[in-house]
Ligand binder design. Structure first.
Ligand SMILES: O=C(O)[C@H](O)[C@@H](O)[C@H](O)[C@H](O)COP(=O)(O)O
Length: 267
């Protein structure tokens, strides 16, 4: 049984008893959003992070989703990527392929991953160029407020330190306001070299879903979601507030165990 309720303006929480229940609800959410977006725009542009989120997306490669989703209309991007070869164990591209993408009938040219033969800086620049081209050809939407790409869905995980994508606490990349894709060479979470969507791009998304599980994240979930006053440390996950979009948190009960305040409704 899931609990759900609005906590901050426009933010919804979905708290689940089990990873299986969360994974199914996440698949239903993505499937429904895909159907509605394709009906409206003709394509569905989704950007995924790495980490444990990806194993929770396996359900999409199973019935009924494998048959009901219009995969040919999907364009898949990476919110962040490690600057390693695509067949390297640390690659988010490899993680997604191994977990679900290899089982999905998408159009190969609709998979937009980094050029793994470049340096972090060049890979970020080229990835941004690819996205700019897809905005120009209207495959990817554009935010009328920020002029940033407006992805239909950005899926984030969150680290124990509150990082999302490769936006780590107190890192200067959090202040990037002009580039759509930036890079870091000093990631506190290995490997050190990564490219990442910048905060303005994430904030411009039509929908952002943050998927967090495990009791080791409970303290940071509390800091990210609850109002904890001005003494709150730098928590990138707390900065995620889509400027004209929806924010949804998928949590299991251990990750939600330190949330304050009442959680309304049960579905
Ligand atoms: O490339 C990465 O490392 C991810 O994009 C990163 O942002 C991840 O989503 C979080 O670190 C949570 O990872 P876990 O859910 O595995 O803790």
């Amino acid at each position: 049984m899931a609990l759900s309720g609005a906590r901050r303006d426009g933010m919804e929480l979905r708290i689940h008893e089990s990873l299986e229940e969360l994974s199914t609800d996440l698949a239903d959410y993505i499937s429904d959003l895909s159907e509605a977006t394709i009906k409206e725009r003709g394509t569905f542009c989704i950007a995924i992070s790495g980490g444990s989120l990806v194993s929770l997306m396996r359900t999409l490669s199973q019935a009924p989703y494998i048959k009901t989703i219009e995969w040919a209309k999907w364009h898949i991007f990476w919110v962040d990527e490690r600057v390693v070869a695509k067949n390297h164990a640390d690659s988010n591209y490899k993680l997604a392929k191994d977990n679900f993408l290899s089982k999905i009938p998408f159009i190969p040219s609709h998979l937009h991953s980094i050029n793994d033969s470049l340096t972090a800086e060049k890979a970020a620049n080229e990835y941004e160029f690819v996205i700019r081209q897809l905005v120009r050809t209207r495959v990817v939407g554009v935010s009328e407020i920020s002029d940033c790409p407006r992805f239909d869905l950005i899926l984030l995980g969150m680290g124990c330190d509150g990082h999302v994508a490769s936006l780590f606490p107190n890192h200067s990349v959090l202040d990037e306001e002009n580039e759509w894709v930036s890079y870091i060479i000093d990631s506190p979470k290995p490997p050190p070299e990564r490219i990442t969507f910048t905060l303005p791009v994430i904030q411009s998304s039509a929908n952002v879903a943050v998927v967090v599980t495990g009791s080791n994240k409970a303290d940071m979930v509390h800091l990210a979601i609850d109002d904890v006053g001005p003494e709150c440390p730098s928590v990138p996950a707390k900065m995620i507030q889509p400027i004209n979009g929806k924010l949804l948190w998928f949590l299991d009960e251990p990750a939600a165990s330190k949330l304050g305040g009442a959680t309304q409704n049960s579905v």
